[in-house]
Unconditional design. Structure first.
Length: 389
């Protein structure tokens, strides 16, 4: 039996320019997820930690950040857990590579020939672990954009007597018209013909797995979301490879949560909202600094309900990691007996509702929604209400 912990796309040191003042906090969350990953490896007594690319967000990192990573890898080395790192497309193994600038094994106080911490490169695309009866193959190039598929013509095991053959690739599985133009692309057929038992992938930030022929492959996703809309991130993969007495091989992939960020989506019927302050109080009851809340207002909005999405988000922002309010409600059409058509209000309602009907019949939802809002405001104004625009 061989037990692996597979992670990728940690993106340590990401700048998060879109997050403003909370960017530094999100960087610490990412490092905390990496620490949790290391702790999980120790607790589960795995044989090996695989990092399938983009451990760092870029090749430009302060020495202190690299030393923090080395200190975590040292904890694994002291427990005889091997770490194999594959450079990705952010920490690409080019001439400016962070892995050329810093020797992680040396920083961790580990002898290079111990092979407890190994960085795979184009010059060293594989590492053999006799004690684990396993070989790990890394398929990569010294450029961000690959000149060809990293699995083109590759097949593990030629002359290799090890029981377990593990592959590592940082790139995108080919999905026609979706991933064709990615920096690194490989095909399902290439995976199937690779001769691997398990292919540890990186590059996609959401957890997913599959099978190509006899080969099990998986993306762990980012252990902590890199962008706050990645609701399938936050995990690493505990992989168990076993071989029964009859020779049957099994590969079990078990996702484990390591990230703190959680995502919550909620739809709220506009008819149930009494006022903006009441709405803020209702959402405030879900307050959690680890939650990204996506709240959508739906249904038909009463004329008297006045909501300002920007004000609501500003009021609630300190209570969540991030909050987004979307108003997908539609203003009500007129109910009951209409005013006479020879009055301004009566003529206005009939004219606008007629145009709304034409637009909705023509599948012009955006224009119809705008006119519904104009109808609501017009009704309020023509009946003497004050309206804030």
């Amino acid at each position: 039996m061989l037990r692996l912990l597979h992670t990728a796309d940690v993106h340590l040191g990401a700048r998060h320019k879109d997050l403003g003042e909370v960017a530094a906090a999100q960087r610490e969350r990412q490092f905390a997820a990496f620490q949790t990953t290391v702790k999980l490896a120790l607790d589960e007594h795995v044989d090996m930690l695989l990092v399938a690319g983009d451990l760092f967000d870029s090749n430009t990192q302060p020495r202190r950040s690299v030393e923090r990573v080395a200190a975590e890898l040292k904890r694994l080395a002291l427990a005889s857990i091997r770490t194999v790192i594959l450079p990705g497309t952010h920490d690409v193994y080019d001439r400016a590579s962070i892995y050329r600038a810093y020797d992680l094994a040396a920083l961790a106080g580990v002898a290079a020939d111990s092979e407890l911490i190994v960085v795979l490169t184009p010059d060293r695309p594989a590492v053999d672990f006799p004690v684990l009866d396993a070989t790990v193959y890394g398929r990569l190039f010294p450029t961000k954009r690959a000149p060809q598929s990293p699995l083109a013509g590759f097949r593990a095991g030629d002359g290799d007597k090890r029981t377990w053959r593990i592959g590592m690739v940082h790139g995108a599985l080919l999905i026609p018209d979706k991933t064709d133009h990615d920096e690194v692309v490989f095909t399902n057929d290439e995976v199937a013909h690779s001769g691997l038992d398990y292919l540890a992938l990186g590059h996609w930030h959401s957890t997913q797995q599959g099978r190509a022929g006899r080969v099990i492959y998986a993306y762990p996703g980012a252990p902590e979301p890199i962008a706050l809309d990645q609701d399938r991130a936050g995990k690493v993969l505990l992989v168990t490879l076993d071989k029964a007495a009859n020779g049957v091989r099994t590969v079990n992939v078990d996702p484990r949560q390591v990230g703190r960020t959680r995502f919550e989506k909620v739809d709220i019927d506009a008819a149930s909202i009494g006022s903006q302050p009441a709405f803020i109080d209702k959402l405030g009851g879900k307050a959690d600094p680890d939650v990204v809340l996506d709240a959508r207002i739906t249904g038909v909005r009463p004329d008297e309900l006045d909501l300002d999405v920007d004000e609501i988000e500003t009021a609630l922002a300190p209570r969540f990691l991030k909050i987004r309010i979307r108003d997908a409600s539609t203003p009500a059409l007129s109910e009951g007996v209409l005013p006479p058509p020879d009055t301004i209000l009566g003529a206005f309602i009939r004219d606008v509702e007629g145009r709304i009907a034409e637009l909705e019949a023509g599948q012009k939802a955006v224009e119809a929604a705008e006119l519904r809002d104009a109808l609501r405001l017009g009704r309020l104004l023509l009946t003497g209400h004050e309206v804030t625009l």
